[in-house]
Design a protein around this ligand. Structure first.
Ligand code: SDX
Length: 428
């Protein structure tokens, strides 16, 4: 702990606030005593300059376009690891030894089935319900089935709930897809990988055999890795805030799914592909770029920009390479990819985007790959939620174990009416 301080001079008095260092990245000014000593709050809508917690899971250097999970660069993990290996790393802090990975993989594999009654929940939805509405409802309902892993004070129950959530998300996501297309649910098959199992539960039909395509399996696994965790983003902060009240882990993850759905966050992958399709042809790109620059036009380039990355999102680079691989493997020439490349080139050379440091983010290319694999656009954010559950679970566990943790309860700058007396309706 350093003895460095920041001085706050206000109302004629001076306050020394501790400055706390991390292992890397910006230091923080500890303002926990500020209100008590000055009667003033800090003000930071959107938490653009606020550290909500200490964390050792993920580090992002937005200026340099660096993303580390427990210190390991995302491009190395995407190239060399598999998703469950990254899930173990996020949860436990180190890359697993072979026997640890084998045990973790088996544990997850043997939790992939869901209670048979859970299937009834799907039947209450319309077939055209958005998969994120289904995921929010069904994952929230898991707490009604797994009472033996909702006591958050018991580390063993927290671990079982964590395994159940990571294991069952692919099954629930696949069920949401099957329900939307009117096909029967497909049970997990334990001799397949986590991602191979998900592809089979999603795309196989009882009428014929299904072979997992290893190139697609690898690409999907890499997409899951790229979406696994991302520091204190909106949905992770939602999970932490829900968890800070002592809510059970299934309810917390359902809250994270609800937040991720927004088009400014996880919903951007669906919105980005819809935008690229609306642009339709390279000759239309410039008009859309001009709209994105027009202050009077609410249109934004979906899949562009980021609160933290003011350089290229390192995940977007890997995603673009994966898009090329998958389209080649499936022998698809998708004109939308040409539109995306043209849009990226024009935007990256345009003063507006350069000045505002707007680059493609993780959502810009992912939709092209998912569409090529066969997922409907509405499923894209559900796949993001599937992968991000691992990060949410790791962050939730870290929050619960944090000795500094207390219920999250922000304050406000009140700008409403000051106290006034009630006026009877006849005198108003
Ligand atoms: C994810 O937080 C995370 O880590 C999220 C995520 C994760 O893994 O969890 O990385 C996943 O959510 C990626 C982001 C997906 N969203 C989109 O692609 C939607 C489009 N992008 C934006 O709406 C926006 O860039 C945000 C929401 C991502 C970031 O918004 P900020 O940081 O609040 O920035 P801002 O809205 O204040 O924008 C700064 C300026 C503004 O112009 P001025 O008002 O200063 O003149 O940049 C402009 C914005 O108008 N701008 C854009 C733009 N994004 C920002 N202009 C055109 N197109 C865009 N996409």
């Amino acid at each position: 702990m350093s003895d460095k301080t920041a001085t706050l001079n206000v109302d004629g008095s001076s306050l020394e606030l501790p400055v706390l260092p991390g292992s890397v990245g910006p230091e923080v000014v500890d303002i926990r005593k500020m209100y008590g000593q000055t009667g003033k709050f800090t003000y930071d809508p959107g938490f653009t300059s606020t550290a909500s917690c200490q964390s050792a899971i993920t580090y992002i250097d937005g200026g340099e376009g660096i993303l580390l999970h427990r210190g390991y660069p995302i491009d190395q993990l995407a190239e060399k690891a598999n998703f469950l290996e990254v899930a173990y790393l996020l949860l436990h802090g180190d890359l697993p030894k072979q026997e640890e990975l084998d045990e973790f993989t088996q544990t997850i594999t043997y939790h992939t089935m869901v209670h048979e009654q859970l299937a009834q929940f799907f039947r209450g939805f319309r077939r055209d319900a958005h998969p994120m509405a289904v995921m929010t409802g069904v994952v929230g309902a898991l707490s009604a089935f797994y009472h033996d892993s909702t006591d958050i004070t018991d580390p063993q129950q927290r671990l079982i709930a964590s395994h159940r959530l990571i294991a069952k998300m692919p099954t629930i996501a696949a069920m949401a897809y099957k329900y939307s297309v009117g096909q029967p649910f497909v049970y997990p098959q334990n001799d397949l990988s986590y991602t191979g199992n998900f592809l089979r539960m999603t795309f196989s039909v009882p009428a014929e055999p299904y072979e997992v395509n290893p190139v697609i399996e690898r690409a999907m696994d890499r997409i899951f890795i790229l979406h696994a965790d991302h520091e204190q983003n909106a949905s992770t902060s939602t999970v932490r805030l829900a968890g800070s009240s002592g809510a059970n882990p299934f309810a917390c993850i359902a809250a994270g799914i609800a937040c991720l759905w927004g088009p400014a966050h996880g919903g951007a992958n669906e919105a980005a592909l819809n935008m690229l399709r609306e642009i339709g042809d390279e000759k239309n790109v410039k008009a859309y770029v001009d709209r994105a620059k027009d202050k009077n036009d609410p249109f934004r380039l979906m899949g562009f920009g980021h609160r933290v990355y003011k350089n290229y999102d390192p995940r977007a680079k890997v995603m673009q390479q994966t898009a090329e691989e998958v389209l080649k493997e499936l022998n698809i020439s998708d004109p939308v990819l040409d539109v995306a490349r043209q849009l990226e080139q024009i935007a990256l050379n345009d003063d507006y985007f350069i000045e505002k440091k707007l680059y493609p983010n993780v959502d810009f290319y992912s939709g092209i790959i998912l569409n090529a694999i066969g997922f409907p656009t509405e499923m894209f954010t559900a796949l993001f939620a599937l992968a991000r559950t691992t990060g949410w679970v790791a962050q939730w566990n870290e929050m619960i174990s944090d000795p500094e943790q207390k219920i999250g309860r922000p304050r406000q700058l009140y700008v409403g009416a000051t106290q006034r007396d009630y006026v009877p309706v006849g005198e108003r």
